[in-house]
Ligand binder design. Structure first.
Ligand SMILES: [Zn+2]
Ligand SMILES: [Zn+2]
Length: 277
């Protein structure tokens, strides 16, 4: 076997000038992982497979993985080649055959131990792939995306926001005592209505103190107040008195006050009987 390898090496050196001649066809390898979500300590079994009639006489393939995410625990050759080796601590695979195998299948298997739960990718790096005429063959592969372990979902039966009894803003504080309606006192008129202006009334909840206001429509009648003298009568001129609405202040009635008698001995200043009390 060693002799075969050295002969192969000599042939490879002899043909190295043609190493840039790449097979137009190319070969696609398949990389598979038995799990794609990992937590630290998990073992992921990665399988590298080749198609039937790949036409590859020599191969050097390494697994490409994030060395911070995984380390190789072990590796096993698939048995497709008469000569094949896989390094159990690096996963580096080497094989050679004078006649390329026609059979496809598992080329080798590598066990990776996840060092941490992190997202990464697993694929291969091909450092050598030649056909039986020692021409380089382009080998590609898929990439396996590995996801770091996802935190377990929160138990829905567990309160996500436990009640803090000292938190005054806690929404579970005593609920609104008036949620089904307020318990109002009678209306109190805060502004009377008359013919000229609308009024307003309000009531207060006896439980929570909420105030509800309501307008009082104009009612068509003003409220006459007492008469007021706006111009006192004299012995030479009549006076004038008015009666205003107690609500809106509008003058409702005007009346004259008779002249005072020229000799007012017993008359009061305002002789009109309608005079204000
Ligand atoms: Zn209330
Ligand atoms: Zn009025």
């Amino acid at each position: 076997m060693k002799k075969f390898a050295s002969v192969l090496l000599a042939v490879l050196v002899a043909f190295s000038m043609f190493s840039f001649v790449v097979s137009a066809a190319g070969v696609t390898f398949t990389v598979n992982a038995d799990k794609t979500t990992v937590n630290a300590g998990d073992t992921v079994k990665v399988t590298v497979s080749i198609p039937e009639n790949a036409g590859l006489a020599t191969l050097q393939v390494a697994l490409k993985y994030d060395a911070e995410a995984f380390k190789v625990k072990g590796a096993t050759p698939g048995g497709l080649y008469g000569f094949e080796e896989v390094n159990a601590s690096t996963g580096f695979y080497t094989s050679a055959a004078s006649t390329p195998p026609t059979k496809g299948g598992v080329l080798f298997t590598v066990e990776l131990e996840a060092l941490k739960a992190t997202d990464s990718e697993i694929s291969i790096v091909v450092s050598e792939a030649t056909d039986n005429e020692y021409n380089d063959v382009t080998v590609t592969s898929n990439k396996v995306a590995i996801k770091g372990f996802v935190e377990a979902p929160v138990d829905p039966t567990e309160p996500t926001n436990p009640v803090d009894p000292t938190d005054p803003t806690d929404p579970t504080e005593p609920e609104d005592p008036c949620k089904d309606g307020h318990n109002y006192s009678e209306y109190i008129v805060t502004k009377k209505a008359c013919a000229n202006q609308a009024g307003e009334k309000q009531r207060t909840c006896k439980v929570c103190g909420n105030i509800e206001k309501e307008a009082i429509a104009k009612n068509g009648k003003c409220e006459p107040g007492a008469w007021k003298v706006v111009k006192a009568a004299t012995t030479t001129a009549e006076g004038e008195k008015v009666q205003e609405c107690k609500i809106c202040g509008e003058v409702l009635q005007r009346a004259k006050i008779a002249k005072l008698p020229s000799n007012p001995i017993t008359n009061p200043a305002i002789p009109n009987t309608d005079a204000q009390a």
